[in-house]
Unconditional design. Structure first.
Length: 240
């Protein structure tokens, strides 16, 4: 009786994991960039002109809009290039399977030999997989690509746009609250909390250690806010 493979409950075995990780990467990058870059802009402007709410709001909204479109556009171009490359590789593999099937079969068996199978077993596995779906077998072993699930540039772009906007709203909304001289500190505290959460969530979704991700996020974001705050103070003093 043949035992059925039981997947480990804490390991991702479902198809499409690469797509999900791509969206996660774009989303986390977008949220972090939205929080940090917008916080840097509004805190710098607030340090220079603490009583000019219109200037702070204008700079913040401009940073949000420009950053969201920049992130989305960058993701779309980058992932489109990756998708085009994947399609070209798959087309080449299809051509080789049509023109030289015997050579491709031997090549596939060779890959399994490199993974530790005996020549006889590697040949048997290659033959069986070729009968089932030759293109899928070669694409997985040679290229690490699922020919039925290319990376999606629109999904990556949308993920970046939405996540950047959501992240940017945290410092933008908080620094505009009517809290007087405390607005910078309120916004900075909210940014630290936001960076803590994005690091915690992203590490959890990616099944990675949470502490390093949180520390990286918080330290880099805090350094950015300190730098832009000091620059804003310098310009405020110079123009005051």
């Amino acid at each position: 009786m043949t035992a059925q493979r039981q997947p480990h409950p804490h390991e991702p075995h479902e198809r499409g994991t690469g797509q999900k990780l791509n969206w996660l990467r774009a989303g986390v990058l977008g949220a972090n960039d939205g929080i940090v870059s917008t916080a840097g802009v509004v805190i710098g402007v607030a340090a220079a002109t603490p009583d000019n709410i219109a200037a702070i709001a204008t700079a913040g909204v401009a940073a949000l809009v420009a950053g969201a479109f920049s992130m989305a556009g960058g993701e779309y171009v980058s992932v489109s290039t990756q998708r085009d490359t994947e399609k070209a590789l798959i087309a080449k593999e299809k051509q080789e399977l049509t023109e030289m099937p015997d050579d491709e079969l031997a090549e596939l068996a060779g890959f399994y030999q490199e993974k530790g199978l005996s020549p006889e077993l590697a040949r048997e596995v290659a033959v069986e997989l070729t009968k089932r779906d030759a293109l899928a077998a070669h694409a997985e072993v040679e290229l690490g690509i699922d020919p039925e699930q290319f990376t999606n540039p629109w999904a990556a772009a949308a993920s970046s746009f939405v996540s950047f906007t959501a992240g940017a709203l945290i410092p933008l909304v908080l620094i505009l609250l009517p809290v007087g001289a405390h607005r910078v500190w309120v916004a900075a505290a909210a940014v630290v909390v936001g960076l803590f959460l994005t690091g915690w969530i992203s590490a959890g979704l990616g099944r990675a250690p949470r502490r390093p991700a949180v520390i990286r996020n918080v330290l880099m974001g805090s350094a950015t806010m300190v730098a832009t705050y000091l620059i804003g103070l310098l310009f405020g003093v110079a123009t005051g």
